[in-house]
Design a protein around this ligand. Structure first.
Ligand SMILES: Nc1ncnc2c1ncn2[C@@H]1O[C@H](COP(=O)(O)OP(=O)(O)OP(=O)(O)O)[C@@H](O)[C@H]1O
Ligand SMILES: [Mg+2]
Length: 70
């Protein structure tokens, strides 16, 4: 298992694009199981994968509840 974080102290630097492309490549080309955790307020990464859940990462930390997305 590998854990990777993406951070850059600048808006529009390519964090979401990189996360999306790398996750997609790992899942489709390398046949890896990928868990993306979108901690950004604007949820661009979630929207890129058409995730429209009501629950947020806040709910996981508060109650452990989450909505799955396959
Ligand atoms: N679908 C798209 N079509 C064209 N340009 C895009 C698209 N998505 C992002 N971009 C551009 O690519 C660059 C990187 O965007 P990206 O959203 O990956 O950055 P980010 O670091 O995640 O930004 P933020 O800090 O706002 O979360 C930006 O200049 C953005 O305008
Ligand atoms: Mg972003």
């Amino acid at each position: 298992m590998k854990i990777q974080t993406i951070n850059l102290d600048k808006g529009g630097g390519g964090k979401s694009s990189h996360a999306y492309n790398q996750a997609w490549w790992l899942a489709t080309e390398k046949n890896k199981r990928v868990l993306l955790i979108d901690g950004a307020r604007e949820c661009n990464l979630s929207h890129s994968f058409d995730v429209t859940s009501e629950k947020t990462i806040y709910d996981i930390f508060q109650t452990g509840e989450y909505e799955g997305h396959l």
